[in-house]
Design a protein around this ligand. Structure first.
Ligand code: NCD
Length: 341
């Protein structure tokens, strides 16, 4: 199967977002629009009435084929704050595990007149595949596919960086740990590059940070001190053992000794460094409790920002679908007028 180019699939004829599958091909204008809109939703979370009617009457299905707590819950909250009706599909008990194909499941959900699917799947390319095969006017949002992409996570990380650092220009960002298996790192590299940071460093052992990642334009560091020297932002990643085949590490304690973020290793970074982690965190494996709970950590702010970013992406994609429908309708009526004349 040949997959269509991400940009073409994600944008409507006016260049507006209609699906959100990956950050590849999305330019700085769209990424900034997402951040600006998310920023406006952030204030809403503090008000007593936390709802806007942007998705009223729409049905959002959370289609999670892989475990998740944070991502699924924040997508659900985001949809509810946009006034949508939300269904969480428990894939363990769904028909898919009874042998129904992904497309059959999808067609059944479409027959229930769903307007948006939020998809998490263990296979890279799953959300893209669904976007290519679903009926027109249904928006697909990628909530993580294999090790390929996790675009809403990367955008909530960008919002967190922008709010703490005021922008992206001149920033040095280190992403540390299991880059090889990380969809978060891949999406972050796209976002940070598009938004124009000065330097991205990928830090970890050779087995988890292969040299071919330098093709992304990032600097590869196999030594933690060099990787953290003078950085403004540190992103720590978990060892994603469920995606590892074979022994890529001597042991967790050896990994912590060489690459763990502790008060000591954090001191190599700038004094006002911020520490991020997409979660789930493993204390004493990639990060010490002192750092995770310390004053440089913005890990819980990331979770809060996730709701606002997901609201922004969902409302933009729904509006892009509606605009697309309208322009199709007006093209059809132009043709009919033309035929009469
Ligand atoms: C990440 C994911 O699922 O890719 N977590 C998340 O979305 N909060 C990172 C991870 O699992 O390590």
């Amino acid at each position: 199967m040949t997959q269509s180019e991400p940009r073409a699939l994600q944008l409507n004829e006016k260049g507006q977002l209609k699906h959100f599958l990956s950050l590849e091909g999305l330019d700085k204008t769209i990424l900034t629009e997402i951040l600006d809109l998310a920023e406006s939703f952030l204030n809403m979370g503090e008000q007593s009435v936390k709802k806007v009617p942007l998705l009223r009457g729409k049905t959002v299905v959370n289609l999670f084929f892989e475990n998740s707590t944070r991502t699924r819950t924040t997508f659900e909250l985001a949809a509810k704050r946009l006034s949508a009706d939300v269904i969480n599909l428990n894939i363990e008990t769904s028909a898919t595990s009874k042998g129904e194909s992904l497309l059959d499941t999808l067609q059944n959900l479409e027959a229930m007149q769903s307007d948006m699917f939020v998809v998490r799947h263990g296979d890279s390319g799953a959300a893209h595949f669904i976007a290519e095969h679903c009926t027109p006017n249904v928006a697909i949002i990628n909530a993580g596919d294999g090790r390929h992409a996790h675009p809403t996570q990367a955008m909530l990380d960008m919002l967190t960086i922008r709010r703490h650092k005021g922008g992206f220009e001149g920033l040095k960002v280190a992403i540390v740990g299991d880059i090889l298996h990380s969809r978060v790192a891949r999406s972050q590299i796209h976002a940070l590059t598009t938004l124009g940071v000065e330097e991205i460093r990928l830090v970890g052992p050779k087995t988890l940070v292969p040299n071919y990642f330098s093709e992304t334009g990032a600097v590869i560091c196999h030594e933690l001190q060099a990787g953290l020297q003078d950085v403004d932002v540190i992103v720590m990643l978990r060892l994603q053992k469920e995606r590892m085949h074979g022994a890529l590490l001597p042991s967790e304690s050896e990994f912590y000794r060489l690459y763990g973020l502790t008060m000591e290793s954090m001191s190599w970074a700038k004094p006002d460094v911020v520490v991020m982690h997409p979660g789930p965190i493993n204390r004493g494996v990639e990060i010490s409790s002192e750092v995770a709970d310390g004053e440089h950590s913005v890990i819980l702010n990331q979770v809060t920002n996730g709701i606002a970013v997901r609201m922004a992406v969902m409302s933009m994609a729904m509006s892009g679908q509606v605009q697309s429908q309208e322009s199709e309708r007006s093209m059809a009526s132009d043709t009919m007028v033309g035929e009469k004349v």
